[in-house]
Write a protein that binds this ligand. Structure first.
Ligand code: SF4
Length: 239
């Protein structure tokens, strides 16, 4: 049953006190099947896939396959599908890697990573969100400055649907405690000093003492791919 249709009837600020399970439970009860988790299968995304299965027998999962995932990530997707009995929905860029190189030259990610992310992530995201009434992300507030104010339940005005961030207030340690407690499958690159994993061209392992996202777009000021930087309206205090 779909009870929430607009920004006006989102839950109140009490949703900020909800646990991750409660946020997910609320979203699934309201919007299933027009709700889906966006994931590149980092540890946080794996937690939510596992949680969705425990709560509701599953959650739709989609990924924005840039064509530049690590082989370990593609292998993990296959493993997830078998382990959880789900079919990951895959959205691809309009241009193949070769077509992008013909149109924009080789190595666009090193010359204009914002354009590369727009072509390979943001545009496919728009297609993925079509027809949905809510999307779920695995972002945590302490990952980047752009994510610091992310509400657990908000209205995504850019795309016109509800955005749920059930792990907004989780720490890195909480994520890994859940993974170990529930024996959740994860990307083996995490054990090789890749705490955050994106495209091969833009991800390197981190050194001891470095920020957990220091391996993303190394050498550039860029910290976000453009999927989570839009303003999301948080619930308001009534009255
Ligand atoms: S992360 Fe790098 S390779 Fe991947 S889409 Fe963005 S700029 Fe391109």
């Amino acid at each position: 049953m779909n009870l929430v249709t607009t920004e006006a009837n989102l839950p109140g600020v009490e949703s900020e006190s909800w646990s991750a399970e409660e946020v997910l439970e609320w979203g699934l009860a309201q919007f299933q099947p027009r709700i889906a988790l966006a994931s590149a299968f980092g540890a946080e995304g794996m937690v939510l896939i596992d949680m969705g299965l425990r709560l509701h027998g599953g959650i739709r999962v989609f990924t924005l396959d840039t064509g530049f995932f690590f082989p370990e990530t593609y292998e993990l997707i296959d493993r997830i599908e078998k382990h959880y009995g789900i079919a990951v929905e895959r959205y691809y860029p309009a241009l193949t890697p070769d077509a992008q190189a013909r149109a924009f030259g080789d190595g666009l990610w090193s010359r204009d990573p914002d354009l590369c992310c727009r072509l390979r992530k943001v545009e496919p995201l728009k297609r993925a969100l079509k027809g949905l009434r809510a999307w779920v992300t695995a972002i945590r507030r302490d990952q980047t400055r752009a994510r610091a104010a992310s509400p657990k339940v908000g209205w995504d005005g850019e795309y016109g649907l509800v955005k749920l961030n059930p792990l907004a207030d989780w720490t890195h340690e909480q994520v890994w405690a859940y993974v170990r407690r529930h024996n959740v499958p994860y990307n083996p690159l995490h054990d090789r000093n890749y705490p955050s994993i994106g495209c091969t061209h833009c991800t390197r392992p981190v050194q001891p003492g470095e920020d957990l996202r220091a391996g993303r777009w190394p050498g550039l000021a860029k910290t976000e791919c453009g999927l989570h930087v839009r303003t999301v309206t948080a619930p308001q205090v009534a009255g």
